[in-house]
Design a protein around this ligand. Structure first.
Ligand code: UDP
Ligand code: MG
Length: 242
């Protein structure tokens, strides 16, 4: 048990070398917490940043109630940061937003009403503000993944999601799993809903993902998912005297 137990929603923000986004994160997220539909807190997960992100995050958490951090010993990638955040969360819901604020924290309020009925509620980036080349890669990857996993997700990479914490803690994790959340939630028996959200250009810091880690690894992961789905153990207990 930790302090996130006092909230309904823990918003996980993975941070890897995002020093130039920390001030905007403090301002935007604290403004959102005041208007969130449920009691919500922020959990920064520092994924081994080599810049000034971690000291800035500690300062923010020192002066703001409802802001917490978790510092990973070394860089492990977005999936590792998400898993660390999910494992630490004691609130019934976990949210996820990227540090570059390409999606708006206020749009969590568009997702929240659906969390009663759905175990994963995620955005679809309307009018996506990325380069033609990045959008094209994303379209190809989404199409192939959908065909392989039948996950019915239009935009699995959308960095605005809310999950039921118990489901999020149950799904198998691996490097690259952040692209398979809809497929994995489906595998453990959860329901998924997509809602259009706003999208903005990255204004500070740089993207950490490129052609190789956006297309090649996810391609291989699709086969791993199909194997896992076939072999996954979903047992139900019919009685015990424990
Ligand atoms: N990130 C992370 N660890 C990494 C790489 C990225 O925690 O090793 C974080 C990063 O700080 C950001 C999010 O994951 O909050 C998504 O990264 P990015 O915006 O670079 O990816 P893109 O949106 O370009 O795919
Ligand atoms: Mg980004």
């Amino acid at each position: 048990m930790n302090k996130t137990n006092d909230y309904t929603l823990t918003i996980i923000v993975p941070i890897y070398n995002e020093e130039d986004n920390m001030a905007a994160l403090e301002e935007r997220l604290s403004a959102y917490l005041k208007q969130a539909l449920v009691p919500a807190c922020v959990l920064f997960v520092n994924d081994g940043s080599k810049d000034d992100s971690f000291s800035r995050m500690k300062e923010i958490c020192g002066r703001r109630a409802d802001f917490f951090y978790c510092n990973l010993a070394k860089n492990g990638g977005l999936s590792a940061a998400m898993k660390a955040g999910i494992d630490a969360a004691c609130s019934p819901l976990v949210g996820y937003i990227d540090a570059d604020l390409q999606t708006a924290p206020e749009d969590f309020n568009l997702l929240l009403p659906y969390t009663e009925e759905y175990e994963l509620v995620m955005g679809i980036r309307a009018n996506r503000q990325d380069s033609f080349f990045k959008n094209l890669q994303s379209k190809i990857a989404n199409g192939f993944r959908r065909m392989m996993t039948h996950d019915k997700a239009t935009d699995t990479g959308c960095p605005l999601k809310i999950m039921h914490t118990d489901y999020a803690q149950r799904i198998p994790f691996f490097t690259g799993m952040h692209r398979f959340l809809p497929a994995l939630i489906d595998m453990v028996g959860g329901k998924m809903k997509e809602i259009p959200v706003r999208h903005f250009p990255r204004v500070a810091g740089v993207s950490k993902y490129h052609l190789w880690n956006r297309l090649v690894s996810p391609f291989v992961d699709c086969f791993a998912y199909r194997w896992m789905r076939k072999r996954y153990i979903n047992y139900q207990i019919d009685g015990t005297n424990l």
